[in-house]
Structure formats: structure tokens, C-alpha cells
Design a protein around this ligand. Structure first.
Ligand code: NAP
Length: 297
């Protein structure tokens, strides 16, 4: 068996196009474009790259992009005032505070200050609670991207055995909740799990959210499983390379021979994240404007 390569890039391009069309319809109905505000504190180079690409993608999806860049030594009070201003601003539907924040700022305090109805990253305690309670929530972009990919593959996920490896607040935990909401039988594995291989051997769906290169070997997987690899790990450079390769948490070349479908790294799960952020912003815009969210987003 050779697995289908799940093309996250192509999926994201289709989602961005749908969002772009719906954003124009929203603008006609609401008399304004959907708006996404991104707040960047400090000069972390990776965060600067993310913020720039989010800004470009937002404009390309027919939305307003508001960027707020603050110096690394910004006082917590100043950042909280900005978040509160964005909460009140009717042109802003989504607020994303780029993490990590400089060490002197308390991330929990800042995150808790974001209006849950504008929390397009799905990280406020309110949205985490809404997800667990099965209420209308905004959900963290990477796990939601995984779920959208799964819905594209399966007509019905009901009764399938799913293993989520990793239990972070932004990825593993919301992923497990999303799978549970689709009636999967969900097991969460983590660094203290005793028999990861044994769990994976019976999993129809595996979501890897670990951050350990090639942790999951091909022959640990059930033949015919669907594998979503969220890991983004840079290897040490080989001789002649300036930067090491980026690989996932699953040994792709081995897994390919066993499973039905698998996401590559890069070009799989990670490629969907910004498209899902735009989708969440549009969903927030419809809800904030008191309009029905269109089907199929
Ligand atoms: P994290 O907060 O570091 O969490 C990692 C999780 O993996 C923890 O729950 C940890 O268990 C578990 N773990 C560590 N070693 C393990 C092992 N040997 N066996 C089983 N479980 C193990 O990481 P994260 O933020 O969730 O990110 C996970 C990966 O996804 C990273 O590679 C990250 O770069 C990537 N990521 C990708 C995207 C994307 O857009 N694709 C977005 C976010 C993150 P404990 O809880 O017991 O410590």
C-alpha cells in the first residue's frame, strides 16, 4: 500500500478562496470588511515572519488587516489597554496576540483580556470552556485545520479510534475535544504514556502534536490509518547544508508504506493554519454583526 499524501497547501488554497468570496458577501451585507488585528510585542524574527504573512493573507482574503507592533519592553498595562481598545473597536472582528510574549509579560493575563468573541486563536479560557461544553466556540487554528482535513477524508468519523499524541492547550487538548465532538473514541497520549506503540496500533486516526522529530515509527501504525502530523521540527544540518531539514513527529517514509493517508511536513497541517485563522475571523465577523454564518466555512 502507498499512502495518499494529504496536500495541506492545496486544501488551504481552496479554503482561502472560499473565505475571500464570503468576505466580499459579508462586506456587502454588513457595510464593512471583516477585520483582523495582530499584535506583536518585540522583535522575535520568527514572529515577525508569521505576522507579515498573516497580514498579506488577510488582505488577499478581502479583509482589513490591523498590525500593532510594540517594543519588547512594553509595559503590561499598555498592552492590556491596547487589547481593550481592540475589544471595543467595531472594525476589528479578530484579535491575535502573537506568542510567545517577552518574559516580563504574563501571557495568561493578556490572553484572558481578549474578548472571547474576537479570540480567533481560540485560546481564551472562555473558548476552551465553550469547546468542552459543546457550545459555539472559536477554536485554535491548528487543531481545527486538522479537523477540516479529516472531514475532507471521512464522510463520518463516528466510532473511529483516534489517538492524539500531545496534550498542549493550543493543540493536543482542543484536538481531542474536536474528535470527541465527532463521536470518535479518543485517547490522549503524552510524555508519561506507558505504551504509545500499543495505543497507536489500534488507532484509525493519529494526530501527532509532540515536537519530537520522527518519534512515531511507520510500523507502530495500524495498516490503513489516517495520520495528521502537526510536528514542526528542524533537524541539525547535514554536511553541506546551512539549515537542517524540517521534519514532523512521524517518520514519513516508513509510515507511507503502512497507512491510508498522511500529511507531509512541510506542506501538510502547518500549511492550513493561516487559512483557518482567516476562516475564524470571518466566522467571528458574521457572529459579531448578528448575521448567520454561511454553510461550508
Ligand atoms: P508542547 O506544548 O511542547 O507539547 C508537546 C506535547 O507532546 C506535550 O503534551 C508532551 O507531553 C508531549 N510529548 C513530549 N514528548 C513525548 C513523547 N516522547 N511521547 C509522547 N508525548 C510526548 O507543543 P505544541 O505547542 O503542542 O506543539 C507540538 C508540535 O506541533 C511542535 O512541533 C510544534 O512546532 C507544532 N505545532 C504546529 C503548529 C502548526 O501550525 N502545524 C501549530 C502549533 C504547534 P507532556 O504534556 O507530558 O509534557
Amino acid at each position: 500500500m502507498t499512502a495518499t499524501r494529504i496536500d495541506g497547501k492545496a486544501f488551504a488554497a481552496r479554503l482561502r478562496e472560499r473565505v475571500g468570496v464570503r468576505a466580499l458577501e459579508f462586506a456587502e451585507a454588513a457595510g464593512r470588511k471583516p477585520g483582523l488585528a495582530v499584535v506583536l510585542v518585540g522583535e522575535d524574527p520568527a514572529s515577525q515572519v508569521y505576522v507579515r504573512s498573516k497580514g498579506k493573507a488577510t488582505l488577499a482574503a478581502n479583509m482589513e488587516s490591523f498590525e500593532h507592533r510594540l517594543p519588547a519592553d512594553t509595559d503590561e498595562r499598555v498592552l492590556l489597554e491596547l487589547v481593550e481598545r481592540l475589544n471595543r473597536d467595531e472594525a476589528v472582528d479578530g484579535i491575535l496576540v502573537q506568542l510567545p510574549l517577552p518574559k516580563h509579560l504574563d501571557e495568561k493575563t493578556i490572553i484572558a483580556a481578549i474578548d472571547p468573541d474576537k479570540d480567533v486563536d481560540g485560546i481564551t479560557p472562555t473558548n476552551a470552556g465553550r469547546l468542552v461544553l459543546g457550545m459555539e466556540a472559536l477554536t485554535s487554528c491548528t487543531p481545527l485545520g486538522c479537523m477540516l482535513l479529516l472531514r475532507d477524508i471521512f464522510d463520518d468519523l463516528s466510532g473511529l479510534d483516534a489517538v492524539v499524541v500531545g496534550r498542549s492547550i493550543l493543540f493536543g487538548k482542543p484536538m481531542a475535544q474536536l474528535l470527541l465532538a465527532e463521536n470518535c473514541t479518543v485517547t490522549m497520549a503524552h510524555s508519561r504514556t506507558r505504551d504509545l506503540q500499543g495505543l497507536l496500533r489500534r488507532a484509525d486516526i493519529v494526530v501527532a502534536a509532540v515536537g519530537v522529530p520522527n518519534l512515531i515509527r511507520g510500523d507502530w501504525l495500524k495498516p490503513g490509518a489516517v495520520v495528521l502530523d502537526g510536528g514542526i521540527n528542524r533537524l541539525d544540518p547535514e554536511p553541506g547544508e546551512i539549515k537542517g531539514k524540517i521534519v514532523g513527529d512521524v517518520a514519513y517514509d516508513e509510515a507511507e508504506a503502512h497507512v491510508r493517508a498522511i500529511t507531509p511536513v512541510p506542506g501538510g497541517v502547518g500549511a492550513t493554519t493561516i487559512a483557518v485563522l482567516l476562516r475564524n475571523t470571518l466566522v467571528a465577523a458574521y457572529r459579531n454583526a448578528g448575521l448567520a454564518v454561511p454553510e461550508g466555512l
